[in-house]
Design a protein around this ligand. Structure first.
Ligand code: GRF
Length: 223
C-alpha cells in the first residue's frame, strides 16, 4: 500500500501532532507522517516529533520579510521531503491565497469548535459566555477564508455547569485527538469526496460524527 506522505505543521505543544503520529504508526493507516514543521523554532512539539522518530524542521516566520517569502521557504522544505498532504495542528499563521491554492484539497485543519460556530480564537471562553450546551471540534479542508472549508469530521461534547474554559478545552481536545486521525484516514484512503462544501462518502456516520454523552464526559487531560 502506498501511504500518503504527510507533513504536520505546528506552532506549539503538538498534542494533535502526537495523535496523528500515533495513528500513523499502524502500517495499515493510509498516511505516513514524513515531516513535522514548526514556524516557531522553540515549539515543544518539535522535540516530541524527533523523539517519535519523525523528521522535524523549523521555518522561522520572523526572519522573512512577508508571508509569501515565509511560505516559499516552507514550500521548498515540503518539496524536499516529497510531501503530498498537509495537516495543520495548532499552526498559528494565516496562509496567503497563493499557498492555499497550491495545496487546495490536500490540506486539513483541526479547529476547537463546531464550525461554522466560533471561528477564530478563544472558542471555549466564547462558548461558555454564550451559554451553549453543546460544543466540540471540527476537522476540515483549508480554504483561503479562516476556519472555513468542507468539513470532514466533527465531535460534539456537552458543556457542564461547572466548566471553566480549561475543563471545556480539555474535553474538546480529547475529541480532537480522536477525530483528526479519523479525518486523515477518511481523506487519505480516498473513502470520501468533496462535493461543493460537503464531504461525502464516510463508510458509517460514526466515521465522521461523534457525539460524546454527558455520562462519559470526563474532562480529559492536556498533554
Ligand atoms: C488545538 O486546540 C487545535 O484545535 C487548535 O490549536 C490547538 C493546538 O493544540 N487549532 P496542540 O498543539 O495540537 O496540542
Amino acid at each position: 500500500m502506498t501511504r500518503l506522505r504527510t507533513a504536520i505543521l505546528i506552532s506549539g505543544r503538538g498534542s494533535n501532532m502526537d495523535a496523528l503520529i500515533a495513528a500513523a504508526k499502524d502500517p495499515s493507516f493510509p498516511a505516513e507522517i514524513a515531516l513535522v514543521v514548526s514556524n516557531r523554532p522553540d515549539a515543544p512539539g518539535l522535540a516530541k516529533a524527533k523523539a517519535a522518530g519523525v523528521a522535524a524542521a523549523a521555518v522561522d516566520h520572523k526572519i522573512y520579510a512577508g508571508r509569501e517569502e515565509f511560505e516559499r521557504s516552507l514550500q521548498i522544505v515540503l518539496e524536499t521531503y516529497r510531501i503530498e498532504f498537509i495537516c495543520l495542528a495548532g499552526f498559528m499563521r494565516m496562509f496567503t491565497p497563493w499557498f492555499v491554492s497550491l495545496w487546495r484539497g490536500r490540506i486539513l485543519n483541526i479547529h476547537p469548535a463546531l464550525l461554522p460556530s466560533y471561528r477564530g480564537l478563544d472558542t471555549h471562553e466564547r462558548a461558555l459566555a454564550d451559554g451553549v450546551k453543546i460544543h466540540g471540534c471540527t476537522a476540515h479542508f483549508v480554504v483561503p477564508e479562516m476556519d472555513e472549508g468542507p468539513i470532514v469530521a466533527q465531535a460534539a461534547v456537552p458543556v457542564l455547569d461547572d466548566d471553566t474554559p480549561q475543563t471545556l478545552a480539555a474535553r474538546v481536545l480529547a475529541q480532537e485527538h480522536v477525530i483528526y486521525p479519523m479525518a486523515l484516514r477518511l481523506v487519505a484512503s480516498g473513502a470520501v469526496r468533496v462535493d461543493g462544501n460537503r464531504v461525502l462518502g464516510a463508510p458509517t456516520p460514526h466515521d465522521a460524527a461523534l457525539i460524546v454523552p454527558a455520562a462519559s464526559a470526563e474532562p480529559g487531560r492536556i498533554a
